[in-house]
Write a protein that binds this ligand. Structure first.
Ligand code: HEM
Length: 402
């Protein structure tokens, strides 16, 4: 499937499909060729460009004027194709609209309100950890990676209590839909039709509890910062972006420790490394693998001209393991500073919910460090293929009590 690169006068070309299921199942096997071929490559027959080195990926994320998001951050160009759902007013928007929506959403997703809930989140993580240790044999994906975010995140937003199991199928379809219209998109859209209806309903003002982040978005609408319709769509952004990301962020972190027991040992000796450990697991495990941009003008990158209106695939996960940026880049090492990783993106679209993700991971680590001596893999980890996420379907482990 992978062929050696060819080089036309100015553009290096790769002839494989980065969304092929074999590639999605083992993306890291393909990153070196992406990075080493050239700073910019053209995928054929897909017809889109790509960058995978840290310097170019970070520069493109920063240059929102050239690499626009408003034409979609998936393969579809919204200027030509109808989006599968009304576009996100944050992720798929450019300034000045983005400036307004981001400003109001940043006030809602504040650190102060997270600090208030952290003691409850820690108590929930501790209880969950006790239950899991008692069971000893668990699937770290469903029993921990999914279970913990679903215990805390919907309450933070103030979602209705019934139907929360719709959140993961909805998010799965959303992240698949950034890729080409392949089997993964068809299947997950079909499987989530009901979930999409539930999500649309759940984002309505009447269905949100009074004190959550959802209600606060509507309060911003009352102050004239956005319309009521926009408020619904902004609440939807929390639900699209805030669930399957943390589910797999936690899953990939446990996978990293299960496959690197000496790093878990080290973390138990030095729990002060917990924050670093999560950042390093994001750098190393690449929960969000890729996002597209569209060129709003022709641009020259290291001698390659990308024309206006081209789709450009940014390999965040490959950038996060670029040896040009990181020493021993493929090594999972919780003592390194992963600062500068683009696992949460970079620039104006950098993850709005990164503190939520960090606090969830911290609560989980704080609960597990004193209780678990080792995560022993009892079966082969199974990847759940997704066009955007590096997701896990199953992670069977035995928790060896401390
Ligand atoms: C480990 C967990 C997470 C990861 C790895 C992650 C990753 C990312 C990345 C890479 C972007 C940038 C997208 C781009 O540049 O096109 C992003 C944006 C975003 N994230 Fe996250 N995310 C996580 C958790 C969350 C959570 C918990 C929330 C909600 C509370 C959230 C809400 C958002 C939103 C709304 C955006 C769009 C921001 C904008 O366009 O201004 N994310 N995230």
């Amino acid at each position: 499937m992978m062929t050696s690169p060819t080089r036309t006068a100015e553009t290096a070309t790769l002839r494989f499909d980065p969304f092929d299921e074999a590639v999605l199942g083992d993306p890291y096997a393909h990153h070196a060729v992406l990075r080493d071929t050239a700073p910019v490559v053209l995928f054929e027959p897909g017809g889109y460009y790509a960058m995978a080195r840290h310097a170019e990926v970070q520069a493109a994320l920063k240059d929102w004027q050239t690499f626009v998001s408003g034409r979609g951050v998936g393969l579809a160009d919204f200027q030509i194709e109808q989006p599968w759902r009304p576009p996100s007013l944050l992720l798929e928007a450019d300034p000045p609209l983005h400036e307004r929506t981001r400003g109001l959403m940043s006030k809602v997703a504040s650190l102060a309100s997270l600090r208030n809930v952290m003691p409850q989140w820690q108590a929930k993580a501790d209880t969950l950890a006790d239950q899991l240790i008692a069971r000893r044999h668990i699937d770290a994906v469903t029993d921990l990676g999914e279970a913990f975010p679903l215990q805390v995140f919907p309450d933070l937003i103030g979602l209705r209590d019934d139907g929360r199991d719709n959140l993961i199928p909805y998010a799965t379809a959303t992240f698949n839909a950034f890729g080409p219209r392949n089997r993964l998109v068809e299947q997950s859209l079909a499987a989530s039709a009901q979930a999409a209806v539930w999500v649309a309903e759940a984002c309505r003002r009447a269905n949100l509890k009074p004190h959550g982040w959802g209600a606060q978005v509507f309060a911003a609408a009352d102050r004239g910062e956005c319309s009521q319709d926009e408020a619904e769509r902004l609440v939807r952004s929390f639900l699209s972006a805030g669930v399957d990301t943390t589910v797999n962020g936690i899953g990939n972190m446990i996978h990293a420790f299960a496959t690197h027991p000496e790093q878990w040992q080290l973390l138990r000796e030095r729990p002060d490394l917990a924050k670093r450990a999560f950042e390093e697991s994001l750098r190393w495990g690449g929960t969000v693998q890729t996002f597209f941009r569209t060129t709003g003008r022709a641009v020259d990158i290291a001698g390659t001209t990308i024309p206006e209106g081209a789709k450009v695939l940014l390999f965040l996960a490959a950038a996060n393991r670029d040896p040009r940026k990181w020493d021993d880049a493929d090594r999972f090492d919780i003592t390194r500073s992963a600062s500068g990783h683009v696992g949460f993106g970079f620039g104006i679209h950098q993850c709005l919910g990164q503190m939520v993700a960090r606090m969830e991971a911290e609560a989980v680590l704080n609960a597990l460090i004193p209780r678990v001596a080792q995560f022993r893999l009892t079966g082969k980890p199974v990847r759940r293929l997704n066009n955007t996420l590096h997701a896990l379907g199953a992670l069977p482990i035995e928790l060896i009590p401390a």
